[in-house]
Ligand binder design. Structure first.
Ligand SMILES: C[S@@+](CC[C@H](N)C(=O)[O-])C[C@H]1O[C@@H](n2cnc3c(N)ncnc32)[C@H](O)[C@@H]1O
Length: 253
C-alpha cells in the first residue's frame, strides 16, 4: 500500500470518500460535486486521511482508491471477465511484475487492465480487439486506470498478431481453439495459455487442440463464488451471478 494518511492530494488524483453508508469515487478536478449524500466541496480536501462533511452533514474520510475502485468506473461494452476469475489466472500461472502478456479480444479491456496492473512495473500487455468502437473504449479504460505505458491496444484481428516470447496469452473470443497452435509457438518455455470460455462446447474444442501440442498442466477451472448474508439468520444470498465461464489453462513445455 502506498503512503495514505496525510499525503497531499494533487490535481486530477482520484479520491475515494468512505463512510459506513456510502462510498464515492471522485477526481480532484471540479470544485463542488453533488452526491446522494449532499454537496461536497472537493477544494477543501487537501490530503488523504482527511475528514470531510457534505452539505447535509454526512461525514466521510478521503482515502486513496485502490486499482479495483477505479476498475469499477471503467465503461463496459462486451461481457467482461470479472475480478473473481481474473485472480484465478494469477493463482494458476503465478503471473507477476515484469511478465509480457498477449490478450484477445479486448472486449471492455477489463482483463487487459487487470493483467497490466499485476505486471507493472516492467511488464507489458498487448491486447487485440477487432471492433474499433470497443478498441476505442478499451483505450479510454486503460488511460483511466493509469496504465497507458503498460497496456497497448491494437484494433486488429487477433489471428494476425505478430508478437513473440510471451509469458502469458489470454483468449476470450469466439474460435479461440483456432489460435491454440499459434499461441503455443508464441509462448516462452514455461509460459501459459489461458482460454476463457462461456460455454463448455468451446472448452472441449480448446482442450482437444491443447492436447495435440507440447503442453503440460492442462486443466479447466470454473470459479464459483457465493456471497453470504450475515445477520440474525445467516445464509448464502439466494441470488447473484453463479456461472461466468470456464478457464482452460496449458503450460508450454
Ligand atoms: C467477451 S469479449 C472479451 C472481454 C474481455 N476479456 C474483458 O474482460 O473485458 C470478446 C471480444 O472479442 C472480440 N473478438 C472476437 N473475435 C476477435 C478476433 N478474431 N480478433 C480480435 N477481437 C476479437 C469481440 O469483438 C469482443 O469484443
Amino acid at each position: 500500500m502506498k503512503k495514505n494518511n496525510n499525503e497531499k492530494i494533487k490535481k486530477d488524483n482520484f479520491i475515494i470518500l468512505l463512510s459506513k453508508e456510502k462510498n464515492f469515487l471522485l477526481k480532484k478536478t471540479k470544485k463542488v460535486v453533488q452526491t446522494s449524500m449532499g454537496f461536497i466541496d472537493i477544494d477543501r480536501i487537501k490530503h488523504y486521511g482527511q475528514k470531510i462533511k457534505s452539505s447535509t452533514g454526512h461525514e466521510f474520510i478521503a482515502a486513496r482508491p485502490s486499482f479495483i475502485d477505479i476498475l469499477r468506473k471503467c465503461k463496459r461494452g462486451p461481457q467482461i471477465i470479472m475480478p473473481k476469475d481474473a485472480v484465478h489466472i494469477i493463482a494458476v500461472t503465478g503471473l507477476t511484475r515484469g511478465w509480457n502478456c498477449l490478450d484477445a479480444g479486448s472486449g471492455s479491456g477489463f482483463l487487459a487492465v487487470f493483467l497490466g496492473n499485476v505486471v507493472s512495473p516492467g511488464g507489458s500487455v498487448v491486447t487485440y480487439e477487432k471492433e474499433k468502437k470497443f478498441a476505442d473504449n478499451v483505450k479510454n479504460n486503460v488511460e483511466l486506470c493509469g496504465l497507458g505505458k503498460i497496456v497497448k491496444v491494437i484494433n486488429k484481428d487477433a489471428k494476425k498478431f505478430s508478437e513473440s516470447e510471451m509469458d502469458l496469452i489470454t483468449l476470450d473470443m469466439k474460435y479461440a481453439e483456432k489460435m491454440v497452435k499459434k499461441c503455443w509457438k508464441t509462448l516462452n518455455h514455461g509460459g501459459w495459455l489461458c482460454v476463457y470460455s462461456p460455454h463448455i462446447e468451446q472448452q472441449k474444442e480448446v482442450m482437444k487442440e491443447m492436447k495435440k501440442l507440447d503442453f503440460t498442466q492442462i486443466q479447466t477451472i470454473e470459479n464459483i463464488q457465493r456471497s453470504w448474508q450475515v445477520s440474525d439468520f445467516t445464509h448464502p444470498r439466494p441470488s447473484g451471478i453463479l456461472h461466468t465461464g470456464f478457464m482452460t489453462f496449458a503450460r508450454k513445455i
